[in-house]
Design a protein around this ligand. Structure first.
Ligand code: SAM
Length: 298
């Protein structure tokens, strides 16, 4: 049994208090338009937005793993069972009969089409210890799997874990040091782009950086543009976040601030169900996973 570490709290509490709460009930068309047009307020920068933080964390985790290979480090959002939910969402045999998605105000939940486990090419942005890609490989996703992270220590940890696991198939999962915001795209992309790009907690981390880009924007604002360049047309982006609500994720990736090269854009294609709770007139959930498809602009 792979050891797991539930660690979401420090990440979550490093930001603000109520990112996961949204009012119950339908919004008016005017309210929806306003929300789509306005950028969410930026997060207060924190150490989790710095490379130094991740380098230090993975240095420790690599040392621990070297001394005891059964200890594989942090699996983000394990307390919400995110990996299993993502695997189940991507499964061609997905059963939606127990779907919690009864609220008309929630996005639809279609299957991410055209993803064939034997051939789909999958890129994991900010892969950390590689856990999500190993789970996909274990689950029969036998195509080209690549994990990238800007921390070389995370890549060393992921490679070391692949060597220490019994499943020989894990050794064919590739890992590279690569910065999502500044790395050379052709150096890691198939000619037509990736079928599926994953992000579990990386957009959250980038959103906690105080850095700005050449346009003077906080660097998370250019993230979707990079994802768009990495995807093939018709490919899908599955992003999991504890710091942004579904509405905010849609605003970052799909609407007015969304990346758009004039020919293609990201369009909401589905969502992963997580248990939600209601308290004092608001409905909430701890994390969100949304699926966007790269589509041609009409
Ligand atoms: C919250 S951790 C998530 C790790 C992994 N995805 C998981 O779910 O266990 C965020 C990850 O993003 C990586 N990261 C942050 N900014 C990055 C960037 N600009 N380029 C590549 N990786 C980045 C960090 O090194 C870290 O591994």
């Amino acid at each position: 049994m792979t050891p797991r570490c539930a660690c979401g709290n420090s990440f979550r509490f490093a930001t603000t208090e109520n990112f996961f709460l949204f009012p119950v009930g339908k919004k008016t068309a005017e309210e929806k338009k306003k929300m789509a047009e306005s950028k969410p307020a930026h997060l207060e920068p924190s150490k989790l937005g710095t490379k130094a933080y991740w380098d230090a964390l993975y240095t420790t985790e690599l040392t621990t793993h070297t001394s005891d290979p059964s200890l594989e480090g942090t699996v983000w959002f394990d307390d919400s069972d995110a990996e299993a939910k993502i695997l189940s969402y991507l499964s061609p045999n997905r059963d939606d009969s127990d779907s919690d998605n009864e609220d008309d105000d929630q996005p639809p939940n279609p299957h991410p089409h055209d993803l064939t486990p034997s051939t789909a090419s999958i890129l994991d942005l900010g892969c950390g210890n590689g856990s999500l890609l190993f789970s996909l490989r274990d689950d029969g996703w036998s195509g080209h799997l690549l994990g990238v992270d800007y921390s070389p220590h995370s890549i060393s940890l992921a490679k070391s874990i692949a060597q220490s696991r019994e499943n020989e198939d894990l050794k064919s999962v590739e890992f590279k040091v690569w910065d999502v915001l500044n790395g050379d795209i052709p150096s890691i992309s198939p000619p037509t782009g990736w079928d599926l790009v994953l992000d579990k907690g990386t957009f959250d981390a980038v959103s906690l950086s105080s850095e700005t880009d050449s346009l003077g924007r906080r660097i998370n604002e250019g993230y979707g543009e990079r994802v768009l360049q990495l995807l093939k047309t018709g490919g899908v982006f599955l992003v999991t976040s504890c710091n942004w609500t579904e509405t905010e994720l849609r605003t970052w990736f799909e609407t007015s601030t969304a990346p758009n090269d004039g020919k293609t854009k990201l369009k909401m294609a589905g969502r992963v169900d997580y248990p939600s709770f209601s308290f004092g007139g608001v409905k909430g959930q701890t994390i969100s996973t949304l699926c966007f498809e790269k589509v041609v602009v009409e």
